[in-house]
Design a protein around this ligand. Structure first.
Ligand SMILES: Cc1cc2nc3c(=O)[nH]c(=O)nc-3n(C[C@H](O)[C@H](O)[C@H](O)COP(=O)(O)OP(=O)(O)OC[C@H]3O[C@@H](n4cnc5c(N)ncnc54)[C@H](O)[C@@H]3O)c2cc1C
Ligand code: SF4
Length: 509
C-alpha cells in the first residue's frame, strides 16, 4: 500500500491544518516547495517572497518537530522543479503515492493545476475545504443564489448574526450595523501614529533574505524586512495593534499622511492571508478590546466589517465568478499602466508617496490603494488586467482571491458593479481633503485646466463624460452629472483637452 502525500502551499501555513488533520504522521508525508514559477508569474515584491519562504520554512520546522516527515524543496534557480505540478510529479516518482491531499488553494490557476493531477500522476486527489474562512464557499453560493444583486452590507449582516460578533442578542451592538460615517476624520499630526510590530529576522529569515537577494529578480526593497513569519509572532503583532493603534483605527481609517506609512492600520492582512492568523481570532481580539473599553464601537465595527464582511465577500465573489471574472473589462479600458507605477518617478505627490511606500514596505493601506493608485488607473482608463497584475505583484498580502475582486471589481469597476454600486472615482479634491499630499505637490489641486492643474481633476470630469450613458441613470451619481451639465460647452472642451494632454504626456507628469 502506498502513502498519502499532503501538499501545503505557501499561503496555507496554519495550525491546526486540515491537511495534517486528514493524514497520519506515522505513514504519510508532507510536501512543500519554494518554486521558481511562483516567484515570477508576476514581478513580486522582494519582501513578499521573503515573507512566504520564511514562513514556509518555519512551518516545515514546526511540522518536523511535531513528528511529520516533510519533503521540502528550497529555492534553487537552476532547478527543473518550478511549478506545483513539477513538485508533485517528482514526489510521486520518489515515493509510492496513492493519494494527494491538499487544501482548496487561493488562486484559480493553482486549482486548475491540482485538478489535472489525478489523471496525470495516476493518484487520487482529495481537495479539502479551507477551514480558515468564516463563510464556506457553499454557504456563500447559497446566500448569493437567492439574490438578484449581491451587496456586501447584507452579506456582512448575515456574518455578524452567524458569528455573534458585536451583537446584543439579535440586534447589532450600538443599534446600528455600520458606523462608517464616524470613520472619515482627517489626521493632522495627533494622536501620535502607530507602527506595526517589527520583528528582527532570525537565522531562517536571514538565509531566505540572502536567497531572495542573490537569486530572484524582484520588485521593491528587501532591506528592513520585519514581517511576522510565525504564528507566535503574528499573535504578538495582533496584540500590539490592539494596544497601540486599534482605538484610533476607525476615526482615521480613510486618512493619508506623508508622516506615517501606517497611521492606525494593522498590517495584519499578510498574516491572515498566509494562515498565521485566523479571521476569528482577530475579530475576537477586537471585540474583547471593545467590551473592555479599549476600543470605541466605530473602530471595532469598522475593523470587524473589513474582516468578516469585505474579506469574506470578495472571496465568495472570486470563486463564484472565476475564471471569466479575471478577463472582465466592463468599461472597455485599453491604456497601458504607466511605468511610474513601478518606479514612483512622477511629479504627482500622492502617487509618488503611495508608490514609494509600496516599494519600501510591500504595503499601502486601503485608501491609498483605492483612492490614489486605484482611482488614477480608473480615471486614466488602464486595462484592468495590467492593473490587477500590478496589485498582485507589489503587496505582501496579495493573493488572487482577494486582490482580483478588490482591483478589478472595487477599483476598476470592470465587473459591472458587483463590488460597488458606483465607481470609486474622485477628483484631487478628495485626496486633498483626506491627506497632506497636495500641499507638497507641484500640481495645483484647485485647478482643472492648464499646465499646472492637478491631473486627477480633468481626468475625473473626462471619465464622467466618457461614461455618461452608463453612469447617469445611477441615482448615486446624479449630482455629479448635474455638475457636468452646469459646465459651459467651452469649459467641457477645455477639460477634455486637458485630459487628453494628461494622457498623452502621462510618463512625464
Ligand atoms: C485595489 C486594491 C487591492 C487590494 N488587494 C488586496 C490584497 O491583495 N490582499 C488583501 O488582503 N487585501 C487587499 N486589499 C484590501 C485592503 O486594502 C488590505 O486588506 C489592507 O490595506 C491591508 O492592510 P491592513 O492589514 O493594515 O488592513 P487594516 O486597514 O488594518 O484592515 C484590517 C483587515 O481587514 C481586511 N480587509 C480590509 N479591507 C479589505 C478588503 N477590501 N478586502 C479584503 N480584506 C480587507 C484585511 O484582512 C485587513 O488586514 C486591496 C484593496 C484595494 C483597494
Ligand atoms: S495636487 Fe493632484 S496630483 Fe498632486 S497630490 Fe494632490 S491630488 Fe495628487
Amino acid at each position: 500500500m502506498g502513502i498519502r502525500l499532503g501538499l501545503i502551499c505557501g499561503d496555507q501555513l496554519h495550525w491546526p491544518n486540515p491537511v495534517c488533520d486528514a493524514l497520519d504522521p506515522e505513514s504519510d508525508r508532507l510536501l512543500m516547495g519554494e518554486l521558481s514559477h511562483e516567484t515570477r508569474y508576476v514581478w513580486h515584491h522582494a519582501k513578499k517572497i521573503a515573507l512566504i519562504f520564511s514562513a514556509m520554512r518555519h512551518f516545515a520546522e514546526n511540522a518536523r518537530e511535531s513528528g511529520w516527515n516533510v519533503d521540502y524543496q528550497r529555492f534553487d534557480p537552476a532547478s527543473e522543479i518550478a511549478t506545483f505540478s513539477d513538485l508533485v510529479g517528482q514526489a510521486c516518482r520518489q515515493h509510492d503515492v496513492d493519494e494527494i491531499v491538499v487544501t482548496w488553494p487561493g488562486e484559480w490557476r493553482v486549482l486548475e493545476e491540482i485538478q489535472g493531477w489525478g489523471s496525470r500522476f495516476g493518484v487520487d486527489v482529495t481537495l479539502l475545504p479551507d477551514s480558515r474562512f468564516v463563510c464556506a464557499l457553499e454557504e456563500f453560493e447559497e446566500w448569493a443564489g437567492e439574490r438578484r444583486q449581491l451587496r456586501m452590507e447584507f452579506f456582512y449582516r448575515r456574518m455578524r448574526k452567524k458569528t455573534g460578533f458585536l451583537m446584543d442578542g439579535d440586534a447589532p451592538a450600538g443599534g446600528d450595523w455600520n458606523f462608517d460615517r464616524d470613520n472619515r476624520k482627517v489626521w493632522k499630526g495627533e494622536p501620535p501614529p502607530s507602527s506595526p510590530m517589527s520583528f528582527t529576522p532570525d537565522a531562517i529569515t536571514e538565509s531566505v533574505i540572502e536567497t531572495v537577494d542573490r537569486h530572484i529578480d524582484a520588485f521593491g526593497e528587501l532591506e528592513g524586512f520585519d514581517y511576522p513569519v510565525t504564528i507566535e509572532q503574528a499573535r504578538r503583532a495582533l496584540a500590539h495593534f490592539i494596544r497601540s493603534a486599534a482605538a484610533h483605527f476607525g476615526d482615521y481609517q480613510d486618512a493619508m499622511h506623508t508622516e506615517s506609512d501606517w497611521l492606525f492600520h494593522s498590517r495584519l492582512s499578510s498574516s491572515l492571508n498566509i494562515g498565521l492568523l485566523t479571521p476569528t481570532e482577530v475579530c475576537e481580539a477586537v471585540e474583547r478590546a471593545w467590551r473592555d473599553g479599549d476600543m470605541p464601537l466605530n473602530a471595532a465595527e469598522g475593523f470587524i466589517r473589513q474582516v468578516i464582511g469585505w474579506r469574506e465577500f470578495v472571496r465568495g465573489i472570486y470563486w463564484r465568478e472565476m475564471p471569466g471574472y479575471a478577463k472582465r473589462n466592463g468599461l472597455g479600458n485599453e491604456r497601458d499602466l504607466p511605468a511610474f507605477y513601478w518606479s514612483g518617478d512622477t511629479g504627482m505627490n500622492c502617487l509618488r508617496e503611495t508608490i514609494d511606500a509600496t516599494r519600501r514596505n510591500a504595503y499601502a493601506h486601503h485608501i491609498q490603494r483605492l483612492m490614489v493608485t486605484g482611482n488614477f488607473a480608473l480615471l486614466l482608463g488602464v486595462e484592468p488586467e495590467q492593473v490587477c497584475d500590478w496589485y498582485l505583484a507589489v503587496y505582501a498580502d496579495a493573493f488572487d482571491w482577494v486582490e482580483l475582486p478588490n482591483t478589478l471589481g472595487m477599483v476598476m469597476h470592470a465587473d459591472g458593479g458587483m463590488l460597488g454600486s458606483k465607481p470609486y472615482a474622485a477628483s484631487g479634491k478628495y485626496i486633498d481633503r483626506m491627506s497632506n499630499y497636495c500641499a507638497g505637490c507641484r500640481y495645483e489641486v484647485k485647478e482643472t485646466t492648464g499646465e499646472d492643474a492637478c491631473p486627477f481633476n480633468a481626468l475625473y470630469w473626462d471619465f464622467l463624460m466618457r461614461h455618461r450613458e452608463r453612469f447617469e441613470p445611477n441615482p448615486r451619481m446624479k449630482m455629479m452629472y448635474r455638475h457636468v451639465d452646469r459646465m459651459s460647452d467651452e469649459r467641457r472642451r477645455d477639460v477634455a483637452q486637458r485630459a487628453s494632454e494628461v494622457k498623452r504626456r502621462i510618463e512625464s507628469l
